[in-house]
Ligand binder design. Structure first.
Ligand code: AVJ
Length: 338
């Protein structure tokens, strides 16, 4: 199927990161966004800041919880259907993963894509990105790994990767991370992804679906308190990196599914009236006042498919579990002519 080129038979061995594109999301952004979020009413902080070293560890723990069905179900779908996904993706693709996590899901795909041109993980956290990319490069020594450090929730200029020969771009966005965007932001992201993927490109995306609210509630209120620790760690991070004086005992985790908006809201609730300081800046809290730390939107599959269609994507295939908890969709850039 693929035309032979020199070097294709014996693939070179790398075992390390081949090149690194740093688009420099700066620590200044962290300070500014935190201050802006805490000085507005109602208070809010963007969920992208959860993932410092400790936060990433806690998130990996969340992914192993009985209550957190998302990872288990999505991983099952990838394992069951990876061979079929790989047939859609074809030979010598450029695999671009947004918000690359522990790499577990990536590996399921990579195991079925031996001729991949390169793997491009994109993440805001440089430390986390490089550690994960290095591990992956060592586990797949014949794979070119070229990480991009960027904040993809903002406009970004994607590198052109003209240094590689590849047949098509494939954007991989697992984990229902798209759920962190509001619906208009999700649309913008899908448009951006269609530009990045280019004509002929693909999108492989994990989407958490609407379901019995008690199941969703439990996923964000686990019995071991790991999600609470994950939420509260954001305050610890602000203490450490911005010299703030949050007393973590004076805040509590709250998460609930709001069926009207189709989303989980996560908050940190101030247990009493108090004033917190970030450097020079005093931040007053009323008793019971909350910091809104995350939205996690759940989709109706038909609605999601319509949104994808509006933003330049044509449905190729959707895989779901028997309970209809989670979907992995494969879309192609371009229109259907029917
Ligand atoms: C990584 C955004 C998909 O919304 O389920 C897990 C993050 N927050 N538990 C989600 C999260 C609380 C997660 N995403």
């Amino acid at each position: 199927m693929s035309h032979p080129r020199p070097g294709q038979a014996a693939r070179p061995s790398y075992g390390y990161i081949v090149s690194f594109h740093d688009l420099h999301p700066t620590p200044a952004d962290f300070r500014e966004e935190v201050l802006a979020g805490l000085l507005r009413t109602p208070k809010s902080l963007p969920p992208k800041f959860f993932y410092d070293r400790r936060g990433s560890e806690l998130f990996d723990e969340i992914c192993q919880l009985e209550e957190y069905y998302l990872t288990r179900v999505e991983t099952g779908l990838l394992e069951r259907h990876a061979a079929e996904m790989a047939r859609f993706i074809g030979e010598e693709a450029l695999l671009i993963e947004y918000g690359s996590g522990s790499g577990r899901k990536t590996r399921i795909l990579l195991d079925h894509l031996p001729s991949l041109a390169a793997y491009v993980p994109v993440d805001i956290s440089k430390e986390h990105l490089l550690a994960a990319a290095t591990e992956l490069a060592q586990a797949y020594p014949c794979l070119r790994v070229t990480p991009v450090c960027a904040d993809y929730t903002r406009e970004m200029e994607f590198p052109d990767f003209e240094e590689f020969f590849y047949r098509r771009r494939v954007v991989f966005f697992p984990g229902s991370t798209i759920g962190n965007f509001t619906p208009p932001e999700a649309e913008m992201f899908l448009r951006h992804a269609a530009e990045v993927a280019r004509p002929g490109g693909l999108l492989l995306i994990g989407v958490d679906l609407k379901k019995d609210p008690t199941v969703i509630d439990a996923a964000y209120n686990d019995g071991q308190g790991v999600t609470a620790a994950f939420n509260l760690n954001l305050l610890q991070r602000i203490n450490t990196e911005l010299g703030a004086d949050f007393d973590l005992r004076l805040f509590e985790h709250r998460a609930f599914y709001d069926p009207a908006h189709g989303r989980v809201e996560m908050h940190l609730v101030s247990r009493q009236a108090q004033t917190v300081h970030i450097g020079e800046t005093a931040i007053p809290f009323a008793a019971g006042e909350t910091i809104h730390t995350e939205d996690s939107y759940k989709y109706d599959l038909a609605d999601f498919e319509q949104m994808a269609a509006r933003t330049g994507w044509t449905r190729q295939m959707v895989w779901q579990d028997e309970q209809g908890y989670f979907a992995v969709g494969l879309f192609a850039v371009g229109q259907t002519f029917s």
